[in-house]
Design a protein around this ligand. Structure first.
Ligand code: HSE
Length: 409
């Protein structure tokens, strides 16, 4: 696809982001991109667009040879997979924001792009408006990445901010995140950490060339956090954030997890509040860099979709450069984390699982343990899933960034 070719778009979905991109494209005539048809699931809903644009027949878009770009913005991951795989298979360029679908079908999507030589862009799938994918793909090519650490789910960050700064109850904060259009249709994907694990799966591919499945990534969301955890955090000067982290533990192994994390004031993530996302990229030469912006919501997400559509004008494709570096990175579960575990009864947590215990605290209402634990032991521990226990990682633990530069050069 070149500059002179007009982009004729088939849009799937007219929800928060679908309607956003429709409005944005109307205001961006210089892009020469026109929405020919919009496929929706519920024809009876009132829509802010001419009725003749809408259909419920996906094939009308998929089989239309004039449509050269499919923009997929629906929340049903399986239906999205059908739309995206069919479109790529027939040579259409595709823009998607569907992190769940992309993470679940990563290997097949790589193969489809390879076979069909078509563009498949999905900047909006990871961190909304922040250009994470394109930066990992294009910029950090030769400078070895030590780590990618971030707040990559806007809803949970919004909920935690509201709870900790305004004392808002969890249910109310979640409801607001839904009303503001940040949360997934099934908000358990946000609050259980699954959405962040899907995004981290995509990040791992563009950062390290790792082709994994979301199930390969240990994730815990924010549902098991207890009010006593916030008291502990405040006393120590921390903020509790849901953090996704990938970091090299040696020259071929990468640790990857999504866990509630104590973030100290010296971290750039400390001041990432509400629906904002922030990603710290640790590299061998540049040291640390931080990218920050809105991670959810109609127009921030539309801005990433718009950028992908614009990139199609010059035929941009991800080259998946990290797949071809000659270094075969794998996810490793053999590394150590420093954690805080709070519980109702000390007997609910197996202290033998710890390598070392730093502190135990016993009050009538809540108990906690802090100490070091092997990651593999932690992820397999039955007590981790006891809803009465909460686990929070100390944000400075297990970091390769603290290695002196000589040891990584
Ligand atoms: N539910 C997602 C979030 C939307 O809150 O981050 C953006 O991916």
């Amino acid at each position: 696809m070149t500059y002179d070719k007009k982009l004729i778009i088939g849009l799937f979905g007219f929800g928060v982001v679908g309607e956003g991109i429709y409005r944005v494209l109307k205001q961006t005539p210089t892009l020469q991109a026109e929405i020919k048809r919009i496929c929706i699931k519920h024809p009876d809903k009132l829509r802010n667009a001419p009725a003749e644009l809408f259909t419920t027949e996906a094939d009308l878009l998929l089989n239309d040879p004039e449509i050269n770009v499919v923009v997929e913005l629906i929340d049903d991951a399986e239906a999205a997979w059908h739309i995206v795989s069919t479109s790529l298979g027939s040579g259409k360029a595709v823009v998607s924001a569907n992190k769940k679908m992309i993470a679940a079908h990563l290997a097949e999507l790589l193969q489809l792009q390879d076979e069909n030589k078509t563009s498949f862009l999905y900047e909006a799938a990871v961190c909304g408006s922040i250009p994470v994918i394109r930066n990992l793909e294009e910029y950090y090519d030769n400078d070895m990445l030590n780590s990618v650490t971030g707040i990559i789910n806007g809803s949970t960050n919004y909920i935690l901010t509201r709870m900790n700064e305004d004392g808002m109850p969890y249910d109310e904060a979640l409801k607001l995140a839904q009303q503001l259009g940040f949360a997934e249709t099934d908000p358990s994907l946000d609050v259980e950490g699954t959405d962040a694990a899907n995004k981290l799966t995509i990040i791992l591919n563009h950062a390290y060339g790792i082709v994994s499945a979301p199930d390969d990534i240990m994730c815990k969301g924010i549902t098991q956090l207890h009010p006593a955890d916030s008291v502990y955090a405040k006393e120590k000067g921390y903020s509790i954030k849901l953090v996704a982290r990938a970091h090299r533990v040696n020259h071929t192994d990468v640790a990857a997890y999504v866990l509630p994390t104590f973030v100290g004031p010296r971290s750039q993530l400390f001041n990432v509040r509400f629906e904002f996302n922030g990603v710290i990229i640790g590299t061998r030469l540049a040291d640390e860099q931080f990218i920050y912006g809105k991670g959810a919501g109609r127009y921030p997400t539309s801005s990433a979709v718009l950028s992908d559509i614009a990139a199609l004008r010059y035929g941009y494709k991800y080259e998946y450069k990290k797949l071809h570096t000659g270094v075969d990175y794998h996810i490793s579960n053999d590394h150590v984390l420093r954690v805080y575990v709070s519980c109702e009864n000390m007997s609910d947590v197996s202290q033998n699982d710890f390598i070392a215990i730093d502190e135990t605290y016993n009050s009538q209402s809540r108990k906690y343990i802090t100490g070091s634990i092997n990651f593999d032991k932690l992820r397999k521990a039955a007590w981790l899933h006891n809803p009465a226990n909460s686990v929070i990682v100390f944000g400075d633990s297990g970091t390769a960034d603290s290695l002196p530069p000589e040891s990584v050069l």
